[in-house]
Each structure stands twice: as C-alpha cells, then as structure tokens.
Design a protein around this ligand. Sequence first.
Ligand code: SF4
Length: 218
Amino acid sequence: MVSIRSESVTVMPIERKDGTYALRLCLNQGLLTPGMTRSVMGVMEAHPGITLRATTGQRMNLEGVSKDMLDEVVSALGSSIPKCPPGVSVCPGGELCKYGQQNTRVIGDRLLEVIKANGPYPFKVKSGVSGCGMACGLSFVRDVGLVGIAKGWNVLFGGSARHRAAPGLRLAKGVTDDEALVIIEKALIYYRDTAKKGERIGMMVHRLGHEVVADALK
Ligand code: SF4
C-alpha cells in the first residue's frame, strides 16, 4: 500500500476570473490523511463561502478564497508552492477492485519518481495507471499510461484527451513493473530531448509520426 507522507497539506494558489483564489491540494494518488482532512474541514467551517471541488486529476480545489484571507488559509492547511509536482491518476487496481489484474499504487509511486527524475520536460506530463483494460485511471489518453493485463503491463505513450483525442502509442505489451518503468524512462528522455517547447507528447508523436517514434524507442 502506498504511504502517505505528510499530515500537512501543500497547496498551489490559482487566481480565478473573479479575483478569488482556488487552492489546489497537491495530493498524491488522491489520498488524504485524517489530519489533512481535518485541516480542510476546519478551513471550510471557519469560512462558509469556501467550497471543495474534485478535479479530474485526482486532486481537490478549495474554491472561493479571497485575496485578503489567502495567507491565513494557507497557513491553516500547511504551505504553498507555485506548482504542484506532476500527478499520476491511479485507479484502485488489484488491491481493491475485483476486476483488477495488476496492483496500481506502488507502481504509481514508482512512475512518479521516474517522471520527476527525468524532467524538466517541454510541457506537462500527465500519467495514468489502471489495473485492467477498463482503464479507470485514464491510461489510454494520458501522456504516459500503464494498463494491467493478466501477464503484466501494457505501456502507452502520447495519449491525448484534447481536441485531437487519441490513445497513446503502445510501446510494450505484458511487461513487468521494472521493464515498464525502464521503457517509460527511455520514452520520457526521448520526449525531453526531442519535443519543441510547449509540445505535449501526443503532439510530438503526431508531428513525427508513430513509426518514427516507435523505431526510436525500440
Ligand atoms: S481500471 Fe479496472 S482495476 Fe482499475 S478500477 Fe477500473 S475496473 Fe477496477
């Protein structure tokens, strides 16, 4: 089971159109400890206008924080940073879900370490880990995706849920945890060194062509 590292909450302030702020809770795999939950509840009880909203990336936003209460709310929660570290969307996987063919949480943490270790990248890298082909971790349309099958992991690279939505290029089928992470590391280094600034992985694959990218990553 993945470890939760802190009782305090790290947040990223985001300015909204109306001049208020959202505080993005920089969660790992969407998990909150009792202490973190108490801090969030305490802020909402002290400031009834502040609401809590789930994001698609398994994080949460405290919405409606006025500028004059920003420092007070941040210190009640923990600390703030300009940008949350990259996140991994991770489904419950084989540990919890009856359909799961692979466990997701430990490899989700390991994947995050690989992503962090090889940046900075030309643009953001979103990733998803799913314990089976139903892909509740959005693995097919993430920049990097892992999908559990009976014999291991399928590795996807360059999926996109944007206007040119498409599943990622499949780089491997039925590989072990270690093999999958080695393949992903190589692919991320290729992305880092090949893409244009601001170009997501899927855009790079579209520009260069599937065959070129697949050949380079053999
Ligand atoms: S992807 Fe599969 S294992 Fe994960 S939550 Fe969905 S059904 Fe369960």
